[in-house]
Design a protein around this ligand. Structure first.
Ligand code: PMP
Length: 454
């Protein structure tokens, strides 16, 4: 499915260079064929001057949108100060101020017993660190994670990721990774829908206690509070509390991956706060660097059994990212952006549910805060026994393309690539949300008509 690119356009010139020179593994440009000239707030302008609303926002990275004044000022401040731009893991005032802000943003009861470790700059790197941390601390080797979960592309992170596509040609992934069912109501793994999550936690508890269960006591369980790449699937609060109880009672470290959900996106500073639980290990990246690459693990210090130098890496001292991250954390708190994400996210979901009634192919609208999923289904096929319709991958792609043509950038993900995902910057206003809704509504009507649904 190729997007229309005007011949002779500057976009096309750069895109064709990209196609010739970059690897076949490139992903976003295939579905969002633009070359970017500038970006500000929620807007991106391409090389031909077309403006887009960016509801992808660096896959949820840009809490404050593009080029926010406080972020630019922080970066420029580092440049003006002649601090080293690169410090390995040596400390600086910028680094200590960043750590102060991270700890001040966490619930006090967790912060007071926490330690922080700076990882290589991406979310996947922090997941690697978390896995090694709990394996070292417990002496155990198995890791449990969840079907539909996404934790990164490195060998270890991929091993505990549900998505099969990127795994199928990679042999010898990290052994002893096991997958548990995630409470995904629309495509309930137990085929019961709403109450499936009770079965899920009962299953996990029995599995962990079953001497014939096939899985040795794990080093840790890794979970997303809202599965992101898995299709914006929020776990029920009760399920999360049960998972925390089960892991605590068995002394199994719970690793909460907030790479995508962290820093206000779901309506709380950290998504685990919705359930009133605390992690043993918290994995952070994306928004924590205020647009620049940075990742950390923050964990209960009883797990700090690492020997000096056992988890290292060259690029762990990006001063500009720490300065940008510090001001982003502060801006998010001072401007009540988690509360804003909660309110505007509810409005967004409510309006999308109204659109759902007006069209044929939306099976489910769900989310928490500004992490929203719209599940596209084929209504011409029979529903299953819980009333869920089959995925409609091609239609979801067409809707994405029609949105793109109307100047709206959004992601498609989830099971069977059938979930339209909205991850706008947290600063998005109600008027801007209305504009997104208007473009989306037009796009879905047009796409459905092209697929004969009208
Ligand atoms: N964990 C989660 C929950 C993510 O959403 C992602 C990236 N989408 C990662 C880990 C991996 O992060 P990165 O791509 O920066 O390695």
């Amino acid at each position: 499915m190729k997007a229309i690119i005007r011949p002779g356009s500057r976009n096309e010139a750069l895109l064709s260079m990209q196609e010739k020179r970059e690897s076949n593994a490139r992903s976003y440009p295939r579905r969002l064929p633009l070359a970017i000239k500038r970006a500000e707030g929620i807007y991106i302008t391409d090389m031909d001057g077309k403006q887009y609303i960016d509801c992808l926002a660096g896959a949820g990275t840009l809490a404050l949108g593009h080029n926010h004044a406080v972020v630019r000022e922080a970066i420029e401040g580092v440049l003006r100060s002649y601090l080293p731009l690169h410090t390995l893991d040596l400390t600086t005032p910028v680094k200590e101020a960043f750590i102060d802000e991270v700890f001040a943003s966490l619930p006090h009861s967790f912060a007071e017993k926490a330690k922080i470790h700076f990882c290589g700059p991406t979310g996947g790197d922090a997941i690697e660190a978390a896995l090694k941390l709990v394996k070292t601390a417990t002496g155990n080797r198995a890791i449990l994670s969840f079907q539909g979960g996404y934790h990164g592309s490195t060998h270890g992170a991929l091993s505990i990721t549900g998505t099969l596509g990127p795994k199928k040609n990679i042999h010898s992934l990290v052994p002893d990774a096991h997958f548990l069912p995630y409470p995904y109501e629309y495509r309930c793994p137990f085929g019961v829908g709403k109450d499936g999550h009770h079965i899920g936690t009962t299953y996990i508890e029995n599995l962990l206690d079953d001497p014939e269960g096939g899985i040795v006591k794990p080093a840790g369980i890794v979970v997303e509070i809202v599965q992101g790449e898995g299709g914006s699937v929020p776990a029920p609060i009760e399920w999360l509390r049960e998972l925390r109880r089960i892991t605590k009672e068995r002394d199994i470290p719970l690793i909460i991956d907030e790479v995508q959900t962290g820093i206000g996106r779901t309506g709380k500073m950290f998504a685990f706060e919705h359930a009133g639980i605390e992690p043993d290990v918290l994995v952070l990246s994306k928004a924590i660097g205020g647009s620049l690459p940075l990742s950390v693990v923050v964990y209960d210090k009883r797990l700090d059994k690492w020997e000096p130098g056992t988890h290292i890496g060259t690029f762990r001292g990006n001063q500009m990212a720490m300065a940008a991250g510090e001001v982003t954390l502060r801006f998010v708190k001072d401007n009540f952006l988690p509360e804003h994400a909660h309110e505007i996210g509810n409005y967004f979901i409510q309006q999308l549910k109204a659109i759902q009634k007006d069209v044929f192919s939306i099976g489910d609208v769900r989310g928490r805060g500004l992490m929203i999923g719209i599940e596209i289904i084929d209504p011409t096929k029979p529903a299953n026994k819980i009333g869920s319709y089959p995925a409609y991958t091609e239609l979801a792609r067409k809707i994405q393309q029609e949105c793109f043509n109307r100047g709206l950038i959004l992601e498609v993900g989830g099971r069977f690539s059938t979930v339209i995902r909205l991850l706008p910057p947290l600063i998005i206003s109600k008027e801007q949300v209305d504009e997104v809704l208007c473009r989306f509504h037009e796009a879905i009507i047009s796409a459905e008509a092209q697929f004969g649904l009208c």
